[in-house]
Design a protein around this ligand. Structure first.
Ligand code: VTB
Length: 345
């Protein structure tokens, strides 16, 4: 799967990032997202594959494109039998976030990315559009830190695993009211906090690489993006745990409705009978083959953003593979003014 899809998947995230970056700093996050979705979908539909969106822009009714359940790829077309050997094609599940950190892009702030994760069918947890309590940490702390432990305890464990004192640790937390106690606790434990306004996928991935000066991500972000983070961290052998947050009183954003009971019922309908289950990276991205790809829209810690020049643009993409155990940084020059060879189909 990796060999045939790898390069094309890179183009999918590159195209989404280029589209969004044209709207960087324009103050319109919905438009920055819309163009990324459109570009991602257009490129995805040129790939010789049978893909299905498992994490996308939402349910069919309110998301016209890349909605959950949407089939993508040339071999999902109704006339596919005439040019694809359908039975021999592995069915692929895809989790996308065409513009992760839409606010960051809209306001020209660092850290927005076009991201996706793919796996064979059933290989990615179809997370509901809820929140998720997350804990990400470097490979050395994998399985040792624990989301059920307090931040103070986890910082002690991290300091042992990384062989550095607690005051040398940096924890990323999203600046939200719901995190006030967490931020206080981390500071009191002696660690330093990097507050971000948005974009916890990038922050989670930073934990997977040494040299980023980011040692943990703690706090509550969106659940679907948690699966994409988990896919990347699983491939990197780093730590990720996620626990669904279904009680609106905890997040207070109004985005997950008014009632905890109704949310539990919704989870039951999705066959999630233990709503408090803590998922590991390996459970959220359980497929045999998992691939993550992300292109910087605005500059980030480990990746540059899209840079335009006369007649083209330059992008940087991170591709992480569970199969080849590689994390590749792909630096691409896009020559817009050169004619392209048009592919058939
Ligand atoms: C966003 C976004 C994150 O979670 O904040 C969102 O920036 C949910 O949190 O990157 P709020 O509703 O409080 O804004 C993420 O999308 C991903 O987890």
């Amino acid at each position: 799967m990796e060999n045939t899809l790898g390069l094309e998947i890179i183009e999918v995230v590159e195209q989404a990032a280029i589209a969004s970056s044209r709207l960087m700093g324009k103050g319109d996050k919905n438009e920055a997202d819309r163009v990324a979705v459109e570009a991602m979908r257009e490129r995805m539909n040129k790939i010789h594959m049978r893909g299905r969106i498992v994490i996308g822009e939402g349910e069919r009714d309110d998301a016209p494109m890349l909605f959950i359940g949407e089939e993508v790829g040339i071999c999902s077309r109704p006339d596919a039998e005439s040019f694809c050997n359908i039975d021999e094609l592995v069915e692929i599940d895809i989790a996308v976030d065409p513009c992760e950190g839409t606010n960051l892009c809209a306001y020209g702030q660092p850290g927005s990315m076009a991201v996706l994760a793919i796996s064979e069918k059933g290989g990615l947890f179809a997370a509901p559009d809820f929140y998720m309590k997350k804990l990400a940490a470097p490979p050395a702390a994998k399985g040792k830190v624990d989301i059920n432990k307090s931040a103070t305890e986890n910082l002690k464990i991290l300091s042992e695993c990384l062989d550095r004192s607690i005051d040398e640790l940096v924890v990323v937390v999203m600046k939200r009211e719901r995190h006030n106690d967490l931020i206080k606790e981390i500071r009191e434990a002696g660690a330093r906090v990097q507050l971000i306004s948005d974009g916890d996928v990038g922050a989670a991935i930073n934990c997977g690489f040494s040299g980023t000066n980011i040692h943990a991500l703690m706090g509550i972000g969106a659940a679907p993006e948690g699966v994409i983070s988990a896919a990347a961290l699983r491939c990197l052998g780093a730590h990720f745990q996620g626990q669904l947050i279904y009680d609106p009183a905890i997040v207070k954003t109004g985005l997950i409705g008014e009632s905890k009971e109704a949310n539990i019922a919704r989870l039951k309908e999705m066959n999630i009978t233990d709503p408090d289950k803590v998922y590991t990276a390996e459970e959220l991205a359980c497929g045999e083959t998992v691939l993550f790809a992300g292109t910087g829209i605005t500059p980030g810690n480990i990746m540059n953003g899209v840079r335009f020049f006369k007649g083209g643009a330059r992008t940087q993409t991170l591709v992480i593979s569970s199969q080849s155990k590689t994390a590749r940084f792909v630096d691409t020059i896009h020559m817009f003014d050169q004619p392209k060879i048009v592919q058939l189909h």
